[in-house]
Design a protein around this ligand. Structure first.
Ligand code: SAM
Ligand code: DTB
Ligand code: SF4
Length: 347
């Protein structure tokens, strides 16, 4: 076997001084670091910006399930795939509140409500706005993910007191067309801009294991890191393979590659809360622990994601105990120009 050439971590692996300077090639250099060096660097940067050993807990509820007009190849809720998932109309307020109370009693800090829509109508938005107000009144942070937003809709959600809007870029611009054809990358960027301009915190990340290359994963992270400012919350989903979706037989990514993706996310967006999102149910405790080491500091907490399984509450509680992790209330950190200077100083 050829001798392994040691790689020194140098300045070039850190964020360059200007805001929009991450590019795919530089991010690939991070991916290529020896695994232990990458994790060490990610955990070091993590501790410079976040409380160590603390993980934020968000619970998820599908308030409108299935029959979605979009063709996202990974998604069990698309009407264009032959999945066995259920189809339900928009939930009643009472049922949403019951789920929110349960999530709060189990320790969740944020309650995320997801709807399988391309984009909400004005009437649908009225109902969601009512839910946001009522969930907030329980003392929970609120997040919704409703698809694309039209002009004025983000402002209405902001005025209702919404804390976060989740809308993912999902993958690189180059790979995107292999996964979704019913809306394009720019549509997603437009929604994100509306959310940002309305003063709502942005929750935006992606999904890996779609058959994309490492270059695509780096390309996604470059897009996210170069948003000005980058998202406050970055969910990284590992594909949950659902029978009947076009991706049901896609080979999964190497778990260490997944951990690398979390670490690189932490390095390119130091202040973001990085959520180890879908895919935990199929992940070993050891890989999840490595993800926390790599800088993940949020999870979806509760037995169910939107339509697929998530680890049981009790299972997560045990994992936290075994790792000495504590549930943490995260503080929202705005990505102000001051922060960019701080990042530059770290470079
Ligand atoms: N319909 C809205 C939208 O697409 O923005 C909101 C819900 S959608 C389910 C939110 C995100 O969930 C997607 O962008 C994708 O990243 C993730 N997701 C969906 N299906 C998934 C799966 N099978 N495995 C992992 N993540 C998934
Ligand atoms: C996100 O990035 N992941 C969550 C949330 N945002 C809405 C959704 C995961 C869905 C996994 C497949 C399912 O349960 O239907
Ligand atoms: Fe619809 Fe969202 Fe699923 Fe795409 S990811 S099919 S938009 S629910």
């Amino acid at each position: 076997m050829a001798a392994m050439k040691p790689i020194t971590i140098t300045e070039k692996h850190r964020r360059p001084a200007t805001q929009a300077a991450w590019n795919t090639a530089r991010i690939l250099q991070l991916y290529e670091l020896p695994f232990m060096d990458l994790l060490h660097q990610a955990q070091t940067v993590h501790r410079e910006h976040h409380q160590a050993n603390a993980v934020q807990l968000s619970s998820l509820l599908s308030i409108k399930t299935g029959a979605c007009s979009e063709d996202c190849a990974y998604c069990p809720q698309s009407a264009q795939h032959d999945t066995e998932g259920k189809q339900e109309s928009l939930m009643a307020l009472d049922a949403v509140l019951e789920a929110a109370r349960k999530a709060k009693a189990n320790g969740a800090q944020r309650f995320c409500m997801g709807a399988a829509w391309r984009s909400p109508t004005a009437r649908q938005l009225d109902s969601v706005i009512e839910m946001v107000g009522a969930v907030k009144a329980l003392g929970l942070e609120t997040c919704v993910t409703l698809g694309m937003l039209k002009q004025g809709q983000a402002e209405r959600l902001h005025d209702a007191g919404l804390d976060y809007y989740n809308h993912n870029l999902d993958t690189s611009p180059e790979f995107y067309g292999n996964i979704i054809t019913t809306r394009n990358y720019q549509d997603r960027l437009d929604t994100l801009e509306r959310v940002r301009n309305a003063g709502i915190h942005v929750c935006c990340g992606g999904i890996v294991g779609l058959g994309e290359s490492r270059t695509d994963r780096a390309g996604l992270l470059a897009q996210l890191a170069n948003l000005t400012p980058y998202p406050e919350s970055v969910p990284i989903n590992n594909l949950v393979k659902v029978a009947g979706t076009p991706l049901e037989n896609t080979p999964g990514i190497d778990p260490f590659e997944f951990v690398r993706t979390i670490a690189v996310t932490r390095l390119v967006m130091p202040r973001a809360v990085v959520r180890l999102s879908a895919g935990r149910d199929a992940m070993s405790d050891a890989i999840q622990a490595l993800c926390f080491m790599a800088g993940a500091n949020s999870i979806f907490y509760g037995d169910q994601l939107l339509t697929t399984a998530n680890p049981q509450f009790s299972q997560d509680q045990q994992l936290f105990d075994r790792l000495g992790l504590v549930a943490a209330k995260t503080e929202i950190t705005h990505n102000t120009p001051l922060e960019h200077n701080t990042q530059a100083a770290l470079a």
